[in-house]
Design a protein around this ligand. Structure first.
Ligand SMILES: NC(=O)c1ccc[n+]([C@@H]2O[C@H](COP(=O)([O-])OP(=O)(O)OC[C@H]3O[C@@H](n4cnc5c(N)ncnc54)[C@H](O)[C@@H]3O)[C@@H](O)[C@H]2O)c1
Length: 429
């Protein structure tokens, strides 16, 4: 398989060209002949013009790559090595929504041939590949796993907006259904991941490893969020406490904040789902989710309290929120928890303006029915720095004075201005 791929006798296909699939496909296309397949026509047109719809990848990265973008599944028949990187979100009940994963699996199941490989990159609960995907592949294709085709799992670890930990520089976990296919899969990934690969002994181990990476972060952030609620009652600044504690060698400096996006705030629910099937109630994981999901409402209520205690007129209060993306310096607005702050403030009839240089205003309006402003409009009673975008981190106290009523409040969720705001009223998590 590997020799045929490298000599371009056969093709590699990446199904799903989003934050994970596109960089991977472009990297593979340095070595192999690649088909990039996606069902989103709008994005596909951009990709065919060498434009990354999520604005993460520069145009140069499309140059000199052997890649063909298509939404025609018939063209996938030219491929023998399939990599599936479609979304694995949760539904409104916080249950895994496997529809995109199963639909992409069905696409492959319809064309798969004996000898082919199917590798999953999407984050799933341990057991999902064998329990959900393989039966569909077998039923539709009439082929048998291991005997006729191989299946593998290699979770993605990229961190959007983080140039330091790229696909090439981060060790990648690979796993497959038998030792022969594990070696082939490892070799294919080794050609793009210079940091090397880790061979997991079993697909379920690799699935579990991915889920716990994010679950561990979620639970740790929840602990800091809970501590910040407590320290707020004590009148201590959490970031001061963390700075002091971090001088000990084994203290891990997690910080409080909103946990949005499509990974950390979602993946633990996949684990909770699997645990319930096994009749186990994972209390640590579930309470981490509870704390983190409550933070938007908590921040809004604290802001209202501070406005009232500053004698500011709540019914005519105007609050500016800086940042709506799920994290700093990215344009991704999926599962933004800033929206929880907006909704809670609005429930107190506070007027809220939102600005963000990274977010697409149309996407924000479509997804959350929030009309963003191109820039702040007038004076505000509070400014909430919700996302620490580079443009916001460099703001000075004078910049905030320009935006605020003299009695106005700076709410600094990431503790960025802890030492620089001296005169204005200030509150951070
Ligand atoms: N974004 C990250 O930082 C990140 C990191 C690690 C793991 N992951 C995981 O990787 C997976 C993909 O995430 P993402 O952020 O790249 O998602 P995304 O939403 O950015 O992209 C997914 C792409 O798949 C396409 N798609 C959906 N259904 C399809 C189908 N049936 N056939 C073909 N294409 C289809 C969509 O049109 C979209 O372009 C998820 O399981 C996610 O949890 C994401």
């Amino acid at each position: 398989m590997y020799n045929q791929l490298i000599s371009k006798k056969i093709k590699l296909a990446v199904i799903g060209l989003g934050y994970v699939g596109l960089p991977l496909a472009l990297e593979f296309a340095k070595h192999f002949s690649v088909i990039g397949y996606d069902i989103n026509q709008r994005n596909l047109k951009l990709l065919q013009s060498k434009i990354d719809p999520s604005k993460e990848i520069p145009q140069e990265s499309f140059h000199n790559r052997d890649i063909h973008f298509t939404s025609n599944s018939e063209e996938l028949r030219d491929a023998s090595f399939f990599v599936i990187a479609v979304p694995t979100p949760i539904d409104k009940y916080n249950k895994p929504d496997l529809r995109p994963l199963l639909s992409a699996t069905l696409t492959v199941a319809n064309i798969i041939q004996p000898g082919d490989y199917v590798i999953y990159e999407s984050t799933v609960y341990p057991g999902c590949t064998y329990e959900e995907c393989v039966p569909l592949l077998e039923r539709v294709s009439g082929l048998r796993v291991r005997r006729d085709f191989k299946v593998g799992y290699s979770p993605e670890r990229i961190n959007p907006g983080d140039a330091e930990h790229s696909l090439q520089d981060t060790i990648k976990i690979v796993s497959a259904c038998d030792s022969e296919s594990l070696e082939t899969t490892a070799k294919v990934y080794e050609s793009v991941v210079t940091a090397g690969v880790h061979r997991a002994p079993d697909i379920r181990v690799a699935e579990a490893a991915k889920i716990i990476e994010n679950t561990q972060r979620d639970v740790n952030i929840a602990l800091m969020n809970e501590l910040s609620i407590l320290f707020n009652r004590m009148g201590i600044n959490t970031y001061d406490v963390i700075q002091a504690a971090a001088t000990k060698w084994n203290f891990v400096p997690y910080t409080p904040g909103l946990v949005g996006g499509h990974c950390i705030g979602v993946d633990p629910y996949y684990m909770v789902h699997k645990a319930s099937e096994l009749k186990y109630h994972p209390q640590m994981i579930a309470s981490g989710r509870f704390v983190n999901d409550s933070m938007g409402g908590y921040i809004a209520k604290q802001t209202v309290k501070k406005l009232l205690s500053n004698d500011l007129p709540l019914l005519r209060a105007k609050v500016l929120i800086l940042g709506v993306t799920y994290k700093e310096n990215v344009s991704d607005i999926r599962n933004s928890k800033v929206v929880d702050i907006v909704r809670e403030l609005q429930s107190f009839r506070v007027a809220v303006d939102v600005v963000d240089p990274h977010a697409d205003p149309h996407a924000v309006e479509e997804e959350y029915q929030i009309k963003m402003l191109p820039k702040p409009g007038g004076k505000y009673h509070a400014v909430i720095v919700a996302v620490a975008h580079k443009d916001y981190v460099k703001m000075t106290e004078n910049d905030f004075k320009e935006l605020l009523d003299p009695k106005g409040l700076v709410v600094d969720l990431r503790g960025v201005f802890k030492d620089t705001i001296k005169e204005l009223r200030y509150w951070s998590l």
